[in-house]
Every structure is written in structure tokens, then in C-alpha cells.
Design a protein around this ligand. Structure first.
Ligand code: PLP
Length: 396
């Protein structure tokens, strides 16, 4: 193996590359989390983070990974035996469903092929069937990180509304927040689950529940056991910028910087950048003659692209070759996709030339690993990126 000089290419779909500005922000002395300076930091991040979720409601920040925020969403709003509707869009939806079952919920899992998002018409049919209104919550993974498929949350909301069903709407935005358009309040989402290590450009270690008034009302009667995850104590302490237990102080310095960067760039520009990199990646994949896992163009993910390797070839072997030869990590196939797909992460702190380097590594790796493909993927992506750059440079 070559000596890995220069920067490692971290092109998994999260954790993502942490920008220098965020690293510098984290690299400061830890302060007293009960002192006045921390109170100012807490108040600032708890207020500003709401712009990222596009909500006016409270956002709770846990010193935990995303899995913790999944659990928090369920245990704060539901009671043992409650009916919950979930959709098998991929590996992460499967894990969230398994958790709901373990927690003692009656969690129905609508089967899926791992190549499509949640069908709004199916959501409508399922809720319309529930005449007794016994389903207490519907849970959707906005961007399935295992498949590169994005469910259409705005359309799903409309489908729910057509039925008049009162179920809580919970959405996992762990690999979409700050990468793909997301509007918590406009789309009437009751609990948004998120994590720090993807679009927010931070190291792993923080996770979030943004909570609507309806979710808060439900939490007053929810009987699933909870202690660490309890919203009530968090919200009480958060009023003055503090936390009921030791917060991840240095990650909060990083969060303050990451929010500032996202707002400086402008969220709509952040989304456009992710759309552009995703489109360039898909052009490369098509030019290579490889197949995208996502089958519906309306559901293409802008934060990652999952690519099928031809029958008889192993995606993990391809990833191993690329890591060894070019010091680049790509995402593996998860669950039943193991060995069948590799995933290119193009989210977070990322630009055109980083994408050009990433796709170059993939194209060279395909050759080295003997995976049948055509040349020209990188060129197709570069042509598109150059054309986009020219159209942006032109005076309005
Ligand atoms: N949900 C989605 C969509 C994810 O991508 C992940 C992790 O990648 C999780 C949930 C679980 O989050 P964590 O690994 O931070 O616990």
C-alpha cells in the first residue's frame, strides 16, 4: 500500500469531511457548562439551528448518535402497544422499525424493494383503511442512506392530509438535513430526527429532535419508559440555554460555526450545490454503463449515489482496491445490498474539484478491479460541471 500523503478522500455518505473552519471552532478550551459563557452559546445554537430545520418550534440537541434521536422520537410520543406505520425503504428504515418493535410498539412495516421511496398513494391508502384511527404515528426516512433514494415528504404530507388522519408524522433527516430541501413547518412534520455528521459538516456525536406543538402535546401522555431522552427536562433547561446533563460543549462550538457557514452560503444555494454534484455523479455512472440503484428519477438523492456493480463482481472488492490505491473511502452496500452496491457520498463540505477527484478515483478503481465499464464517466461529469459553472458566471 502507498504511503497516504495528502488528504484522505472521505466519500462515504457520512460522516462527511469536516471543514477547517469547523475544526478550528471545536479546537478551543472546554468551558463550564453551567457558567454564563455556555449559556450564551446554548441560547445561540438552540435558536439558530431552527433555521436549518425551517421550523419555529424547539430543537432538542442530544450528545448522541442518530440512533439515539430515533429512540427519543418514539419514546417521547408513544405508549406501549401503540400502532405505528413504517415503510421498508432500505436498511435504515429497517433498523428504525426493529427499534420500534423492541420498544414494544405495534409497528407495521410496509414492504418495499429498496429502490423506491415511500409512495404517497400507498401512505394515503394505508391511512384511509384505518377507519378507527388507531395508528398513532407514521415514520418515514427522508433520504435512505443505504439506497440513495429520497422520499417526497411534501407529497406524503398532502397524502396524509387527504385522509384527515391525525397520526403524528415523524421524519428521519439524518442524511438530508442541510443537503436536500427540507421544510419542517411547511410540511407539517411533528418530529424531525437528525444527526451532526452529514450535511451539518460536524463530527459524529450530536443528534436532534425538532418537535411540533402536536408532538409536545402527545409527549404529555406518552407512557413508553424514558429518562435520558425525556424532552420535558431538556426543554426546561434549554429555556436559559443550558442542558439537564453535560452537553458536548466542543461539538456545540462546531455547530455554531457550521450553522453560520450554511446561512452564509444560503440554504437554497446549499441545496443547489448538492443537486449539481448528484447530477454530475449520475452522468458519470451512466457514461460508465453502470446502473443506479434508485429507479425513480423523482426520488434521486442529492446527498449520495448508490451504484450497482455488474453480476459476478463484488462492490466490496472494488472499494478495497480504491482505498488501497487512492486512499479514498466509499460507502459499502448495507444489509441485503452488501457486495452488490457501492455508495458515493457527495454531501456536506464539498465542491466541484472534490467531486472530480472522487469520480476519478472510482473510474481508475473500476479499471484496476476489472469491473466492466466504459471510459468517459469523469469526462461526462466535468462537462456538466463546466457548463453549470459557465451558466453561473454569466451576468444575469
Ligand atoms: N438514519 C439514517 C438515514 C442514517 O443514515 C443513519 C446513519 O447513517 C442513521 C439513521 C443512524 O444514525 P447513527 O449511525 O448516527 O446512529
Amino acid at each position: 500500500m502507498r504511503y497516504p500523503s495528502g488528504r484522505h478522500f472521505l466519500q462515504i455518505p457520512g460522516p462527511t469531511n469536516v471543514p477547517d473552519r469547523v475544526l478550528r471552532a471545536i479546537d478551543r478550551p472546554t468551558i463550564d457548562h453551567r457558567g454564563p459563557e455556555f449559556g450564551r452559546l446554548g441560547r445561540e445554537v438552540l435558536s439558530e439551528i431552527r433555521h436549518i430545520f425551517k421550523t419555529r418550534n424547539p430543537v432538542i440537541i442530544y450528545p448522541a448518535s442518530g440512533t439515539g434521536a430515533w429512540e427519543a422520537a418514539l419514546v417521547n410520543t408513544l405508549s406501549p402497544g401503540d400502532r405505528v406505520l413504517m415503510f421498508e425503504t432500505g436498511h435504515f428504515a429497517t433498523l428504525w422499525h426493529r427499534m420500534a418493535t423492541r420498544l414494544g410498539l405495534q409497528a407495521e412495516f410496509v414492504p418495499g424493494d429498496w429502490r423506491h421511496g415511500v409512495d404517497p398513494a400507498l401512505m394515503e391508502a394505508k391511512l384511509a383503511e384505518d377507519k378507527a384511527r388507531s395508528i398513532k404515528a407514521v415514520c418515514v426516512v427522508h433520504n435512505e442512506t443505504s439506497t440513495g433514494v429520497t422520499s417526497r415528504i411534501g407529497e406524503i404530507r398532502k397524502a396524509i392530509d387527504r385522509t384527515g388522519h391525525p397520526a403524528l408524522f415523524m421524519v428521519d433527516t439524518i442524511s438530508s438535513l442541510a443537503s436536500i430541501d427540507y421544510r419542517m413547518d411547511e410540511w407539517g412534520v411533528d418530529v424531525t430526527v437528525a444527526g451532526s455528521q452529514k450535511g451539518l459538516m460536524l463530527p459524529p456525536g450530536l443528534s436532534f429532535n425538532a418537535v411540533s406543538e402536536k408532538a409536545l402535546a402527545a409527549s404529555r401522555h406518552a407512557r413508553l419508559p424514558k429518562s435520558f431522552w425525556g424532552w420535558a427536562e431538556m426543554l426546561e433547561a434549554n429555556k436559559t440555554g443550558y442542558f439537564p446533563y453535560t452537553p458536548a460543549t466542543n461539538l456545540l462550538y462546531g455547530l455554531r460555526e457550521a450553522i453560520a457557514m450554511l446561512l452564509e452560503e444560503g440554504l437554497e444555494n446549499v441545496f443547489a450545490r448538492h443537486n449539481r454534484h448528484a447530477e454530475a455523479t449520475r452522468r458519470a455512472v451512466r457514461a460508465w454503463g453502470l446502473e443506479l440503484l434508485c429507479l425513480n428519477p423523482a426520488e434521486y438523492s442529492s446527498s449520495l449515489t448508490a451504484v450497482l456493480v455488474p453480476e459476478g463482481h463484488n462492490a466490496d472488492e472494488l472499494r478495497r482496491v480504491i482505498l488501497e490505491a487512492f486512499d479514498m473511502s466509499l460507502g459499502s452496500g448495507l444489509g441485503k445490498l452488501q457486495g452488490k452496491v457501492f455508495r458515493i457520498g457527495h454531501l456536506g463540505s464539498f465542491n466541484d474539484l472534490m467531486l472530480a477527484g472522487t469520480l476519478s478515483g472510482v473510474e481508475m478503481g473500476l479499471e484496476l478491479a476489472g469491473v466492466p465499464h466504459r471510459k468517459g464517466g469523469v469526462q461526462a461529469a466535468l462537462d456538466y460541471l463546466a457548463q453549470e459553472a459557465a451558466s453561473q458566471a454569466r451576468p444575469a
